[in-house]
Design a protein around this ligand. Sequence first.
Ligand code: ATP
Ligand code: MG
Length: 560
Amino acid sequence: MAEFEKTTMAQNFIHNFIDEDIAPGGQFAGRTVHTRFPPEPNGYLHIGHAKAIYVDFGTADKYHGMCNLRMDDTNPTKEDVEFVDAIQEDIKWLGYDWEDRFYYASDYFEQMYQYAVELIEKGLAYVCQLSAEEMAANRGDINVPATSPYRDRPIAESLDLFRRMREGEFPDGAMTLRAKIDLASGNFNMRDPAIYRIKHQRHHRTGDAWCIYPMYDFAHPIEDAIEGITHSLCTLEFEAHRPLYDWVRDNISCPYKPRQIEFARLGIDHTVMSKRKLRQLVEEGYVSGWDDPRMPTICGLRRRGYTPASIRSFSEQIGVAKADSTVEYAFLESCLRADLDRTAERVMAVLHPIPLTIVNYPEGQSESFTIENHPKDPEMGTREVSFSRHLFIEADDFMEEPVKKYKRLSPGGMECRLKGAYVIRCVGCNKDENGNVTEILAEYDPDSRGGDPADGRKIKGAAIHWVDAETAVDAEVRLYDNLFDDAAPDAAGKNFLECLNPHSLEVLKGCKLEASLADAKAPASFQFMRLGYFCVDNRDSKPGAPVFNRSVSLKDSFKK
Ligand code: ATP
Ligand code: MG
């Protein structure tokens, strides 16, 4: 079945601003809407980034505009090509395309430096020799302005010192370049913020060319302006930094004047979303890697069986607002379930197998049933499923001493259907010396081929799933639960590692799958009838030794 069509993003408050900006007389009248997604390549993308990608690329699409992909790599530590590659792979997988507009912020270091020189020349920046501690001690409070004894040093002196900072004359922390804005501002970001610092550190792209690096608040508006971005969409924590963004933008001679608009960050319950914490989970071995199927990373969700369509649909439905909120993990799951319900083939797999022998079905005989791949979509075709005297069924579809209202198999109990095959009645079971049931015995009704008895009698028991023991494939199946029991492991004051769910992974070996699944390859997803949606593990599954992940259960726990 075709993927969900990519729909046009619903109108939100950002679009209302854009509409004003591009209307006649607006600040971007006649311009093409141009956004960017600016990840820092210090980790893998997570579902929060997927929302930002949706907002950035989706908004550009809505206006037939452009969206750049920019590695925001102004910070010399931590960045890594592994992350750069993974980020590109994840964005493409989500279905977005930056075409030929792939940039690195570090490519603008020279321009940034020149803009800093321009600010000094205009009397709008100065070299300050307060240490970080002194600067903090002199930042004042709401009633007391900040101070710096270096604020009024001559322009020529600052120019000279800044050049020598660049040339490596001074050690880390000896001085900073500060924007000269307003030491008494009620917004502390405007109290002459540092815009360059000394850091004798190698950069993963520029090597040792630089020992001074621009601060984010200075670098970001310049990156946007250089690329001709019209709308710089970012998360709410940058709202208080917008006056500084505007100040930099308006005081440098770049002709482009981008507009920053903030929207709410995505938080999801039972998970953590900061790259630092996700990295810690990986590095300290709490998960198997960035793509562990319990991780909220894009690659983890992909391995779990999430589809690009389900993530886009999730992003669309949670909406874009100005107030932070936490979305239920169950809602993300319900978006996946809705997509897989439409697209996943229905197959039979037994996770906790127990042998079932049809005592009146001849040994050595077999037949096959033609079963629809999807009950609501004939275009998905049919497949042949083999049947013989020896089957496997789910252990909990049998109870020797049934509880009240038990509608499955028990000796002499009600008749049940074997899905798509025959009606059977349990006639007994065999046990080992410890009294454990090792085999269930049943008789079938030969006049019920396809599942309905010829005489039309009512079958009171359930329709249970099964696989033919003669052709079944052994598989490992991994069941997942929330990585954190605590609904808010990310909350301030909590040690997220103490919130981990010790039962988040359950590995089942010796599961029995119908033969059609022997060669299934990732990213195939299936509905294992009565059990849930499962996908082929994209890392560990091998031909002949399949490994499946439970993507999501069948039952929707999300309460709308
Ligand atoms: P983290 O705190 O996880 O490291 P970050 O904001 O530092 O995240 P960046 O790589 O700088 O990560 O983020 C790139 C873009 O993605 C930014 O525009 C940022 O605002 C956005 N983004 C990051 N996390 C979220 C989130 N949870 N919800 C929405 N957007 C997000
Ligand atoms: Mg960041």
